[in-house]
Design a protein around this ligand. Structure first.
Ligand SMILES: [Zn+2]
Length: 282
């Protein structure tokens, strides 16, 4: 279990489940000869990934950033991506003594299945229900609109069953741009991976932790051109990522990577050759 204190906040990385994705897709234009040295591929060319969700305990509330892929995907899809059985996030929360009902708020970096799938589950009678019934759920307005737009160029990127039941239950809060949601907890729209993708900034006393989301899914993605083919606006990622990670390095803040199976929490230092050196902080 990876856990750090940041001022008054206690942060615990809780797994929303491991998976395997095609390594080429995860590194876009980077040749396999380069990426496979840092992320070894299996014989189906897939690399191991985590869904590192972050449990945030503040003096006032208990919250969660992202929710992994959940328990609704069909068996065929689960097998193809080596997804874990059952509900991995709920298992991880149970392991640290947290029940879904205890969660006061959930912030979604964006609504792709590996971040929002854990928001809902199907009851025995077939009805889809929110997993966190006492939580306010925060999503960028533009992300919500894109996810439900039915735009053909986004086909397959979003599964409304993951998030529409949250709105139907009256638990949805749409955020328009950068905003402080609670004392010391704010979101900033990054664009790039999706138009409505947001990072989460946690500030308490003199400590700042940035959940960077899919701006840099793994430690290997800190370099400008190491971006995913899943990015909807890859050139935007190439502009915003060096700025966001550069600010983290210069301010000696801490970054949380959502998909790295080894380094979830890290400090960054600028490096002339590799742009950034990643120093594990947990
Ligand atoms: Zn992702």
């Amino acid at each position: 279990m990876k856990r750090i204190s940041a001022g008054q906040f206690e942060l615990t990385v809780v797994s929303g489940g491991t998976l395997r994705s095609d390594g080429g897709t995860m590194f876009g234009v980077i040749p396999k000869a380069m990426w496979s040295r840092v992320c070894p591929a299996d014989d189906a060319n897939r690399i191991l990934m985590e869904t590192n969700c972050l449990l945030v305990r503040t003096p006032e509330s208990l919250g969660l950033i992202d929710t992994g892929y959940g328990d609704k995907l069909p068996e065929k899809v689960r097998r193809r991506g080596c997804l874990e059985d059952g509900a991995p996030l709920r298992r991880s929360l149970q392991a640290v003594g947290v029940a879904p009902d205890d969660i006061d708020w959930v912030i979604l970096t964006h609504l792709h299945f590996d971040h929002a799938g854990g928001l809902t589950t199907r009851r025995d009678d077939g009805q889809l229900v929110p997993v966190f019934p006492s939580a306010r759920h925060f999503v960028q307005k533009i992300e919500w609109e894109d996810a439900l737009s039915g735009r053909p160029e986004l086909a397959g990127a979003y599964t409304p069953d993951d998030f529409v039941p949250v709105q139907e239950a009256g638990l949805l809060n749409l955020v328009d741009g950068d905003q402080e949601l609670f004392s010391g907890i704010s979101v900033e729209r990054t664009d790039g991976h999706t138009r409505g993708h947001q990072l989460v900034r946690l500030v308490s006393e003199d400590r700042t932790v940035v959940y960077v989301g899919d701006v840099s899914p793994m430690a290997a993605h800190v370099r400008t051109f190491w971006t995913m083919s899943y990015d909807q606006y890859p050139l935007t990622t190439r502009v915003t990522k060096p700025r966001i990670l550069g600010a983290i390095a210069d301010s000696r803040h801490i970054a949380v990577f959502p998909h790295d199976p080894r380094v979830a929490i890290a400090r960054l230092e600028r490096d002339d050759r590799t742009e950034f050196t990643v120093i594990p902080a947990e």
